[in-house]
Design a protein around this ligand. Structure first.
Ligand code: 13P
Length: 253
């Protein structure tokens, strides 16, 4: 049985007092929703704050990217070891906001996946197609290409050490989420592909949906059999709304 997981991707947002209110509010308000799991991915400077507030609680935290390299002369970068030192359980890799700026490629995401898992982090590996690719019916092709690039580097068994996230680029930050049926179709297809490679991995791996996931559409999306939770951007900036999404996940667990 796959437990639902809801992850806040707060992107480049936040202040020290704002994070405090968010994290403490989340802890308080999700106390009764213990059938699902929750995590928050914050900008790197705030990870110490997350560690101070969340240590010993059921809420996990993580980074939004990490270097493929270990310690060394890489100005401006943060290593997997550093994320672990700040108590991170997760790290987002391959987000389209990085891929589209040329900061990540199919191959570099595979390398990051490997480095993250070696350090003991759970990568949240993002995949998804552009609007143009969606309109041309290329969603399957694009997501499988992204998935294969990682599997080639780490092997199918190691994929189980991470979490997958399908985030159609046309749904990110647009207010227009994929329909639950579309998201289910793609996630079912991806899971089926993995099951063919390794039944256990395919059946057990968590696949999240992301892209304009809100309080309003969370219950419908989470009601789909292959959707194991969500990666939430804009709606995670509002504590009340994020709590409602957590509640929807908990109810469908
Ligand atoms: P929005 O929820 O703002 O569409 O962002 C989704 C996302 O990119 C999560 O990683």
């Amino acid at each position: 049985m796959r437990r639902k997981l809801v992850v806040a991707n707060r992107k480049m947002h936040g202040t020290i007092p704002g994070n405090k209110a968010f994290l403490e509010g989340l802890l308080e308000r999700t106390k009764e929703y213990r059938d699902s799991e929750y995590a928050v991915c914050l900008p790197h400077p705030y990870l110490y704050q997350a560690q101070s507030i969340l240590t010993g609680t059921p809420i996990a935290w993580g980074g939004q990217n990490m270097s493929r390299n270990d310690d060394g002369p890489y100005t401006g970068s943060v290593s997997a070891r550093m994320l672990v030192e700040f108590g991170c359980g997760y790290v987002i890799i391959g987000h389209s906001e990085r891929r589209l700026r040329g900061q990540d490629s199919d191959n570099s995401v595979g390398e990051r996946f490997q480095v993250a898992t070696r350090a003991g982090l759970k990568p949240i590996f993002c995949m998804g197609e552009t609007l143009e690719e969606f309109e041309q019916g290329l969603t399957d092709l694009v997501t499988i290409r992204q998935l294969n690039a990682v599997i080639q580097q780490i092997g199918i068994k190691n994929l189980a050490k991470g979490v997958l996230a399908y985030e159609p680029i046309w749904a990110i930050g647009t207010g227009e989420a994929a329909s639950p049926e579309h998201a289910q179709t793609i996630l079912h297809f991806l899971r089926g592909y993995l099951i063919l490679k390794d039944t256990e991995v395919g059946n057990n791996i968590r696949i999240l949906y992301g892209g304009s996931l809100k309080a309003q559409n969370a219950a419908q999306l989470f009601g789909m059999p292959d959707i194991d939770g969500g990666l939430v951007g804009s709606a995670s900036l509002n504590t009340e709304e994020f709590v409602e999404i957590c509640q929807a996940a908990n109810l469908s667990s």
